[in-house]
Design a protein around this ligand. Structure first.
Ligand code: UDX
Length: 437
């Protein structure tokens, strides 16, 4: 352990908690991760990592002497100078964030008399820090510090996002607590944004909202491109060179999903509404995304007529490649709509499962998915789809209709392979009829 090493308790052994714990251990701190699920803790103690996140296994294995796992609050807190909160904050039926797991952590904190700092990693509504501060004070824990230190990690690149972030955001009531949390990140080369707690909380929500806005924006541009004959991929390239706009998050597709964007957009919308403000842009961003997931159905209907009894193959179930996460995945919405239209739905994904998608047949290979299909929809841009023998796929289908929901493949090559190929916001053949018919 380095001389600078601190003792950190991390509450929550989910995706954020494990990445946070592993990265802090890598930075030389001693970490104890606490969770309430016995199987999860037992697995972690055996060296098994319960989530699929590139680089995490290696990090945990390489820092085994500096990271432990426990079910016990007292053991986690013992000697800790920082308590990181990385528990889930799912939406409630009203769209507000459910903070019950956060409150449990705060209330479980023993009546310690030494200085300790609570650092909030979970995404919470603006004002949560203020409420936690008040609760701590009421409990006579005025000496326990509170800092907002939101995460900006994306699944699949979380370890890199933590170790090489664009910025570190720290919001503190007491500057000394902010300094201490900043010091924990020593070894990471990134700008540090120091703020008040409310602003730090809003930075996280606003960053996600800005990214979602870009996606819904480019998806609407794509829809107008379709109506007017322009190609959104070229348009995104052309506007992305403008440094004021930038290149990232301009990929048009079947909409965003995942564990963060849909939940956090609802939480921000609700936060604004609860304060009496109607957040018009955000409402539109959410609505555009819902419609975008469903546009494929209209395209298939246009090409196939009624979808009743038609076999539709979905390539990809995960909300994005390189994860097995299907939370709020567009594929699930698509599958649900297709089933409602009476289609037979078959799905392929290299790691994600169609759990809960009753009526969907999941198969092991792309070949099994496409055989005899009336249409194929590429929903998740898994890299292995680049190597598929597409002419063979077109030949194996009942009708070679292909909707590329992620603009992943080359339109000319796909049409040459024999497909009636359609994508998102790219010029399609005039009446969508198969190129070879
Ligand atoms: C996101 C944020 O990137 C991260 O900072 C935050 O902490 C959590 O939410 P994540 O959900 O893991 O991370 O995935 P991300 O790679 O951002 O993609 C989110 C969704 O947007 C995916 O469904 C993806 O397919 C979609 N997307 C992304 C697009 O449709 N177009 C794009 O240009 C980019």
């Amino acid at each position: 352990m380095s001389d600078q090493g601190k003792r950190i308790a991390v509450f929550g052994a989910g995706y954020v908690g494990l990445v946070t714990g592993a990265c802090f251990a890598e930075l030389g701190h001693t970490v104890m991760v606490r969770d309430v699920v016995p199987e999860r803790i037992a697995a972690l103690r055996r060296g098994e990592v319960p989530i699929y996140e590139p680089g995490l296994d290696e990090l945990l294995a390489g820092n085994r002497d500096r990271i432990g796992f426990t079910l016990d609050v007292a053991e986690a807190i013992d000697g800790a100078e920082f308590v990181y909160v990385a528990v889930g904050t799912p939406p409630t039926f009203s769209g507000d964030a459910d903070l019950s797991a956060v409150w449990t952590v705060v209330d479980e904190l023993p009546a310690i008399d030494r200085r300790i700092v609570i650092a909030m990693k979970s995404t919470v509504p603006v004002g949560t820090g203020e409420k936690v501060r008040h609760r701590l004070d009421q409990r006579g824990l005025g000496h326990v510090g509170y800092v907002s230190n939101p995460e900006f990690t994306a699944e699949g690149t979380a370890v890199k996002d933590f170790m090489e972030p664009d910025r570190i955001v720290i919001g503190a009531f007491d500057e000394a607590d902010g300094d201490a949390v900043e010091e924990l990140h020593r070894g990471i080369d990134a700008p540090v944004v120091r703020a008040d707690v409310a602003s730090a909380e809003m930075i996280k929500l606003a960053a996600n909202a800005a990214l979602m806005t870009r996606i819904s924006f480019i998806n609407e541009i794509a829809n107008v491109c379709e109506a007017t004959g322009a190609d959104v991929v070229k348009v995104a390239e052309g506007i992305g060179h403008d440094r004021r706009i930038g290149k990232s998050f301009l990929r048009a597709g079947v909409g965003f999903g995942g564990s963060c964007f849909p939940k956090d957009s609802l939480a921000l919308k609700q936060l604004a509404a609860n304060s009496g403000y109607h957040f018009q842009v955000l409402n539109a961003v959410i609505e555009v995304n819902e419609l975008q997931k469903r546009r494929v159905i209209g395209k298939l209907t246009q090409m196939l007529g009624s979808l009743r009894g038609k076999r539709v193959a979905l390539l990809g179930l995960a909300f994005k490649p390189n994860t097995d996460d299907t939370r709020e995945a567009p594929a699930f919405v698509l599958a649900g709509r297709l089933l409602a239209e009476g289609a037979d739905v078959v799905a392929w994904d290299p790691v994600a499962h169609a759990d809960g998608l009753h009526g969907v047949e999941q198969v092991e290979t792309v070949d099994d998915a496409v055989r005899g299909a009336d249409a194929v929809v590429l929903v998740t841009e898994w890299p292995q789809l680049r190597d598929v023998d597409w002419p063979a796929v077109a030949a194996a289908m009942r009708r070679p209709i292909f909707v590329d929901g992620r603009n992943m493949l080359d339109p000319d090559a796909m049409r040459a392979a024999g497909f009636a190929y359609d994508a998102v916001g790219r010029a399609a053949p005039p009446n969508g009829s198969p190129a070879n018919s």
